[in-house]
Design a protein around this ligand. Structure first.
Ligand code: GLU
Length: 307
């Protein structure tokens, strides 16, 4: 029987804070509890924001917390060929299109719209007139070296996924705090034609995450509730690319004093700051107050949690 596999997948563009410690510990402890594997993946597709000192800091912090993970550690910066191959697959099915719209053009175009469509990262979707260009215009502008992103054609992508699922709804299965598995319906349509390959990077978070979860054989994706919305897009891509469906567990977020999500940029203390202040890993674990999903009594559902 295949062992369950969990992962922690930080982006090395800052120091880890307590929210990251919670995610890493949740994955690792759930893996331990069911005799599963625990893997580390460095999500460093954004080479301009990646700093080697942060990669080293992540490893130091996780070791200090007492975590162990399998080798090798997967670095997404070594995986661009796989992402490009997946983009070719989506392009061959006519599910993505090039878009030249710049951030300032988009902002200007939606200036009068009080509630423009945004993707799960909060990035505004350009209005239809700004999205597509004719193939002739595309060739001309590309020839001048003008950068473009690739967007998912959401209505076509949903129709294609629907056909692959033989009309069954697109869903994901979430392990709840009570330890049960809830099947939830995905609504990727609400995010519109999201970016699937950035202008500056030959991938995007959504594309890279689904490909690498599959490559690493991840059976359980454990991460914060801030990424719950992105699961709609991840499931859609998994179906379109023929990738396996993991189980998900989105844990509650640790909030800072103002009720906002913890982040280094908001001045919240990093794990390294806590270490430097003489706190022990046990102090931090107490402060975080990790609550794993309950272990439910053996049932058919529970068996699928473990496998
Ligand atoms: N790299 C993402 C982050 O640091 C997490 C990706 C995931 O867990 O799906 O926010």
């Amino acid at each position: 029987m295949r062992k369950p596999a969990f992962r922690f997948a930080p982006s090395p563009n800052g120091a880890l804070h307590l929210g990251h410690a919670l995610s890493a510990l949740t994955g690792s402890l759930m893996a331990q509890r069911c005799g599963g594997r625990f893997l580390l993946r460095i999500e460093d597709i954004d080479l301009t924001r990646t700093r080697e000192q942060h990669v080293a800091g992540i490893v130091d912090d996780l070791r200090w917390l007492g975590l162990m993970w399998e080798q090798p550690v997967l670095r997404q910066s070594t995986r661009f060929q796989a992402y490009t191959a997946a983009l070719k697959q989506l392009s061959a099915a006519d599910l993505i299109y090039p878009c030249f719209a710049t951030r300032s053009q988009i902002q200007a175009a939606v200036a009068d719209d009080p509630d423009p469509t945004r993707d799960p990262d909060g990035v505004t979707l350009p209005p239809p007139a700004l999205r597509r260009v004719s193939s002739r215009e595309f060739e001309l502008r590309r020839a001048t070296g003008e950068p473009y992103s690739l967007r998912l054609d959401m209505p076509r992508a949903i129709a294609a996924a629907n056909a692959k699922l033989n009309g069954a709804p697109l869903t994901f299965r979430e392990i709840t705090p009570a330890g049960t598995i809830e099947t939830r319906t995905c609504r990727p349509d609400r995010w519109g034609d999201c970016i699937i390959r950035r202008k500056d990077i030959p991938a995007s978070y959504h594309l890279a995450v689904v490909i690498d979860d599959a490559t690493q054989g991840i059976t359980h994706v454990t991460r914060g509730l801030d990424l719950l919305a992105a699961t709609d897009i991840h499931r859609l891509l998994q179906v379109l690319l023929g990738l396996p469906e993991p189980l998900y567990h989105h844990h509650a977020l640790l909030l800072g004093p103002g009720g906002t999500k913890l982040s280094k940029s908001a001045g919240d203390r990093s794990i390294a700051d806590h270490r430097a202040a003489g706190h022990t890993p046990e102090d931090l674990k107490l402060q975080i107050g990790i609550t794993l999903p309950q272990e439910s009594s053996p049932s058919k559902d529970n068996i699928s949690v473990l496998n």
